[in-house]
Design a protein around this ligand. Structure first.
Ligand SMILES: Nc1nc2c(c(=O)[nH]1)N[C@H]1C(S)=C(S)[C@@H](COP(=O)(O)OP(=O)(O)OC[C@H]3O[C@@H](n4cnc5c(=O)[nH]c(N)nc54)[C@H](O)[C@@H]3O)O[C@H]1N2
Ligand SMILES: Nc1nc2c(c(=O)[nH]1)N[C@H]1C(S)=C(S)[C@@H](COP(=O)(O)OP(=O)(O)OC[C@H]3O[C@@H](n4cnc5c(=O)[nH]c(N)nc54)[C@H](O)[C@@H]3O)O[C@H]1N2
Ligand code: SF4
Ligand SMILES: [Mo]
Length: 691
């Protein structure tokens, strides 16, 4: 047997590490082999990437459709029966309650082709405005702030390889060492080159341990912190006046906002001592150039957009933007977190990062789709608002690529809303907690079993190539949409072949902000990825943005005036502790995939509550003992993990598990007014010994 290796990328996070897959049996079993020539990770992988093939195995993944029978149990069914049931369910709702009573919930892990096809399916076949996706819970605040300031949202405006060559990096609320381990190398190299690293995180994480300076603010106070640092920049005369004058608009108003946040006030709000604020400003401004990178810490707040805006203001005022080796960037999270937010599964969006409300965009995309622009619905609800409307305004739902029972804020409530639906269909690779509630479960192919493109956190469009034949009984998401479209009267326009979909996506995106027109499968394979925008096949792609001009009408970046405000839920006598949430290295997201991998479960077997020894002593729990965490929305119980690495007023829970230790039972669905991002990173809780 010929053992050929196939080059592809990891199914999980936005780093999209390159890897090769090598067959180990004739039966479709593969192992991961290093792909050292791929520049981003140079062969390095974290445990999740290394063990990803475990989820390909029968017994772990779904191998046939399931349909809920009269007795209420999910039972095996044929594909014909399952898809007929889905078509009937969606058609029935539409006939009875109108097109907007049918909802679609997508995911940032879907390939560009799938995200594109899903958005088109919703608008053209279902005629519904009610589509959104889990990326709303991810980087939407940074995306909104990017748009506001730069006129364009690409997470990183420069490739990762620039990081080690800048002078100073401020990393805000990113635990890169656990969430993108191979990328830690860029920070290590930065420091080896003499660059400085500042980490801002309420916890002394493995990432914070690498820093020259670690600031540990109270969760939810990043906006004040950024404004306080900008205040010092102004007070110390460190504003880059020339840059502000020639490349930006709106400085006077932004400056006024910062001046209102004097250091002592900021110390009081954040808990970060004034000397540390000064040290951070001196370190950053003392370097020749610098970058500010944010992740979910400051973004997943009900003021996430303004918070990122404040960091962008800080970069603009110091002239650390739109120049080589300087800039603001967001570390996007999901495998296709970047591409998934560009091609139309977002409530207000058309492919190519076009706006659904823009008549020219509607005309362009409608022409590619062969429909009348007037038939395209308008913008729909954001992810949480959509989930919150289930069983009421939205009565049927198709989920593709998300597990909201575990990952949505106020998850107990969302679980009830899902149960109250007239009809729920879930396409997934495993029987997730959300799939377990469905009327129909559609088992779909996974990364190694299909081809498709993803766009990494760098804006680099990558190709995952099929390496194995999927098991019989499993179909791709594109095949599912193709058949459903046919059953619902659209026999054309939904090809199942990914490259055919990509070619259409190229045309649909042409001329838009995220222009993929010049990117082909062949080019990606030959060039280790192509950075968008890439308007034609002769164009080399765009690794670095904004060096000449920003993507606004006049080419200038826009300062946005922002002022600090409190978290949506403040601590009080009844709920005196702050809960924040996040990730551990060995589990991914809702855990639907990684909780099924023995090696990862051994490393991270279950939920926990991280708390400071003082707090543990106060409530009388010892290491490993059960802690009850109660918020206004519910109660969760998990073992104590006691560490001095966290603030005394804060507890941390990872959100990867369902059941009693589900962090999202507690979280607050208060939404950012611009991005509609829920406040995953701050809510008020009470902690007690549960014994
Ligand atoms: N192992 C693993 N890796 C992943 C994922 C995963 O689930 N598991 N998911 C992927 C995805 S989709 C994403 S979005 C990324 C997320 O990547 P990160 O953003 O790095 O992950 P988080 O753990 O959510 O949050 C990062 C840090 O924010 C801190 N934080 C909490 N509250 C605040 C606050 O108010 N202010 C500040 N400044 N910091 C705060 C937390 O203590 C935490 O250390 O990871 C990707 N990679
Ligand atoms: N408390 C708290 N909650 C959070 C966060 C937090 O920091 N704190 N972070 C938020 C963030 S940043 C994110 S990104 C969300 C993520 O939360 P989820 O949206 O739940 O993300 P996943 O667990 O990745 O869910 C993806 C689902 O799709 C399936 N799947 C994978 N690939 C495919 C495919 O190609 N096709 C189909 N049909 N299915 C597929 C997987 O098996 C899994 O069941 O969670 C959010 N929730
Ligand atoms: S860092 Fe992300 S892309 Fe790389 S192997 Fe780990 S999960 Fe996969
Ligand atoms: Mo995410």
């Amino acid at each position: 047997m010929v053992r050929t290796e196939t080059s592809t990328h990891c199914p999980y996070c936005a780093l999209q590490c390159g890897m090769k897959l090598r067959p180990v049996t004739d039966g479709g079993v593969v192992e991961v082999v290093e792909r050292t020539e791929f520049p981003v990770n140079r062969g390095a992988l974290c445990g999740k990437g290394r063990t990803a093939p475990a989820v390909l195995a029968a017994g772990v993944r779904l191998t046939g459709p399931l349909v809920r029978g009269a007795g209420g149990e999910l039972a095996p069914a044929s594909w014909d029966e399952a898809l007929e049931r889905v078509a009937d369910g969606l058609r029935g709702t539409r006939a009875e309650h109108g097109a907007d009573a049918v909802g679609v919930f997508g995911g940032g892990g879907l390939t560009n082709e799938k995200a594109y096809a899903l958005g088109k399916f919703a608008r053209v076949v279902l005629g519904t405005s009610q589509i959104d996706y889990n990326g709303r819970f991810c980087m939407s605040s940074a995306a909104a702030a990017h748009q506001r300031a730069f006129g364009l949202d690409r997470g990183l405006p420069f490739p990762l390889e620039d990081i080690p060559r800048t002078g100073c990096v401020i990393l805000v609320g990113s635990n890169l060492a656990e969430t993108m381990p191979p990328a830690l190398r860029y920070l290590t190299e930065l420091r080896e080159n003499g660059g400085r690293l500042i980490v801002i995180d309420p916890r002394r994480t493995r990432t914070a341990e690498q820093a020259d300076l670690h600031l540990a603010p109270r969760p939810g106070t990043d906006l004040a912190l950024a404004l306080g640092m900008l205040h010092l920049v102004v007070a110390d005369g460190r504003v880059d006046e020339e840059f502000v004058r020639t490349r930006t608009n709106g400085w006077d108003e932004a400056r006024a906002g910062a001046m209102a946040h004097w250091p002592e006030l900021v110390e009081r709000l954040t808990g970060v001592p004034v000397p540390q604020l000064r040290e951070a400003v001196e370190m950053f401004c003392g370097a020749e150039n610098g970058m500010v990178l944010t992740a979910r810490g400051p973004e997943q707040q009900a003021k996430g957009t303004d918070t990122v805006g404040a960091w962008i203001n800080f970069c603009l005022a110091t002239g650390r933007a739109g120049r080589p080796l300087s800039g603001y960037g967001c570390l996007t999270g999901q495998g296709n977190g970047q591409g998934g937010r560009e091609h139309g599964q977002k409530a207000d969006q058309l492919p190519g990062y076009r706006k659904l409300t823009d008549p020219a965009a509607r005309r362009h995309v409608a022409a590619v789709w062969g429909v009348d622009p007037d038939t395209l619905p308008g913008p729909g609800r954001s992810a949480y608002e959509l989930l919150d409307a289930l069983g009421q305004d939205v009565r049927s739902l198709l989920v593709m690529g998300s597990n909201p029972v575990v990952s949505a804020p106020h998850a107990g409530h969302i679980e009830e809303r899902l149960k109250s639906l007239d009809f729920l269909a879930v396409a997934d690779v495993v029987l997730s907690e959300t799939a377990a509630l469905a009327d129909v479960v559609l088992p779909v192919t996974q990364w190694a079993e299909e081809s498709g493109t993803t766009t990494s956190l760098e804006g680099r469009v990558l190709l995952r190539q099929q390496a194995v034949t999927p098991p019989e009984g499993v179909r791709s998401d594109l095949e599912v949409l193709n058949t459903l479209a046919g059953l619902l009267g659209h026999g054309k326009g939904f090809p199942a072949d990914p490259e055919e979909v990509f070619d259409e996506l190229r045309r649909a995106s042409a001329g838009g902000p995220a222009d993929y027109a010049g990117i082909t499968y062949a080019r990606i394979a030959a060039e280790d990825g192509v950075f968008w925008p890439c308007p034609d096949e002769e164009h080399a792609g765009t690794p670095r943005l904004f060096l000449e001009r920003f993507a606004t009408d006049d080419g200038r970046a826009r300062f946005v005036p922002v002022t600090h405000r409190a978290a949506a839920e403040e601590t009080d006598a009844e709920y005196p502790v702050v809960l924040t949430t996040g990730r551990v290295v060995s589990q991914y997201q809702s855990g639907a995939q990684t909780r099924r991998v023995a090696e990862l479960n051994a490393a991270a077997p279950g939920p926990f509550v991280e708390l400071h020894p003082r707090l543990a002593e106060r409530i009388g729990v010892a290491e490993g003992e059960a802690v009850a965490v109660t918020s206004r929305r519910g109660r969760a119980v998990a073992p104590a993990r006691i560490t001095v690495a966290i603030r005394q007023d804060t507890v941390f829970m990872p959100f990867h598990w369902p059941g009693e230790g589900r962090a999202n039972t507690l979280t607050n669905p208060a939404l950012d007014p611009v991005s509609r991002m829920p406040e995953f990173k701050v809510c008020a809780v009470r902690v007690e010994a549960a014994g």
